[in-house]
Design a protein. Structure first.
Length: 93
């Protein structure tokens, strides 16, 4: 169920087809040693969130590892994506 939700997820930027929106927004890697910064950091030009190592946990129910590019996805890319979204929604003329 968790994997299906991640695979099917589309935020508004993906639904609108914005140029900087990653597609997919979330990518699950099935390998036991992924995600890895060296291999996965630039997925989707740095905008895709890479998830892996999903496993059951006695305390938290489920655990997983998430990798995202802090500069691209977290700061610069997010600012560009926000500007694209605001423009598409008509906040800029």
């Amino acid at each position: 169920e968790i994997l299906k939700v991640w695979a099917d997820f589309q935020g508004e930027p993906q639904k609108l087809g914005l140029p900087f929106a990653p597609n997919p927004a979330i990518l699950y890697r099935e390998e036991n040693d992924r995600p890895q910064p060296r291999l996965d950091l630039d997925t989707g030009k740095g905008m895709t969130t890479v998830v892996g190592r999903l496993r059951e946990d006695a305390i938290l129910d489920w655990k997983w590892v998430v990798l995202s590019h802090n500069t691209i996805r977290g700061a610069a890319g997010a600012a560009i994506l926000n500007a694209e979204l605001l423009y598409k929604k008509g906040y800029f003329k």
